[in-house]
Design a protein around this ligand. Sequence first.
Ligand code: HMG
Ligand code: MG
Length: 305
Amino acid sequence: MSAADPFADLPGSVEIVEVGPRDGLQNEPGTVDLDTRLGLIERLIAAGLRRIEIGAFVSPARVPQMAGSGELARRLGRREGVRFSALVPNLKGLEAALAAGVEEIAVFGAASETFSQRNIACSIAESLERFRPVVTTARARGLRVRGYVSCIAGCPYEGEVPVARVAEVAGALFAMGCEEISLGDTIGTGTPRRIAEIVRACAASVPVTRLALHLHDTYGQGLANVLAGLLSGVRVFDASIAGLGGCPYAPGASGNLATEDLLYMLRGMGIATGVDLDALLAAGRFVTDALGRPPASRVARARGG
Ligand code: HMG
Ligand code: MG
């Protein structure tokens, strides 16, 4: 008897959400000038990416790297078929996002109390109350709204995070009107069985087609976890050009899964994304040249940088 094809039910296409201009650059030791941020985003669009997180409307005292996100959004304007998104932690951030013409925002909560306090200076329960009017107002103004849950597998301060807590926060964000819930393995400690368990638990209150995985590659588990997500029904994956990234409030959170590596795997498996690998590699070279270091993506290294 021949073995069954474990990939028989995989989809023909998935969506990549490029988070490099936000998650990637927010963690740089120095700030990157607006022209470079803009140049990177233009190259990501040229590579075929259709969902790009361009910045964050957060306190510039806390994350100076994201200052100027309003001007960046205004200079980019709107592009046919492309969705630009930005992080928004509160109503002040939403006002700035609306003024800049951003069409999608993302509120960002966590499944760990200590991380929530360190990252956004409030408890999980307070964050949900803070997000509610943001989500309602944004939806009423015609914006799309995404909700992040950080620390789905582990927290830099508390260690392992219970799966039930992740599902609770994901369900609460979805119930208040977030259309997509991005599950963040902030410090990359998750392994495939755990990621599948988390997706299954969240799918009890959020349709699996509305879940995204946001994987940091700190422990080299990124692609294996994408596969676990694919086999669990997830169809949206966040990734960062050249493997840039981390979180200033998560010590040890190294780069996100590199977009080039994600694309290479998906392409090899016959799963379409609309993204061109050579153009993506060129975008990666552009930003790593500007930062003065080689790309962290395996594909870029294999192709000579
Ligand atoms: P707070 O201290 O509670 O806020 O911070 P506040 O309301 O008391 O205000 C304090 C100061 O911040 C005031 O300024 C406000 O005007 C200003 P001051 O009077 O002192 O000059 N402020 C703002 N300025 C600009 N935009 C705003 C804004 N709000 C207040 N929206 C707050 C609360 C959330 C604002 C703060 O803690 C903050 O900005 N944190 C940033 C957190 C952040 O960006 N973290 C990184 C992104 S999350 C991440 O990377 C994880 C993710 O990738 C998923 C994963 O990997 O798991 C998404
Ligand atoms: Mg992240």
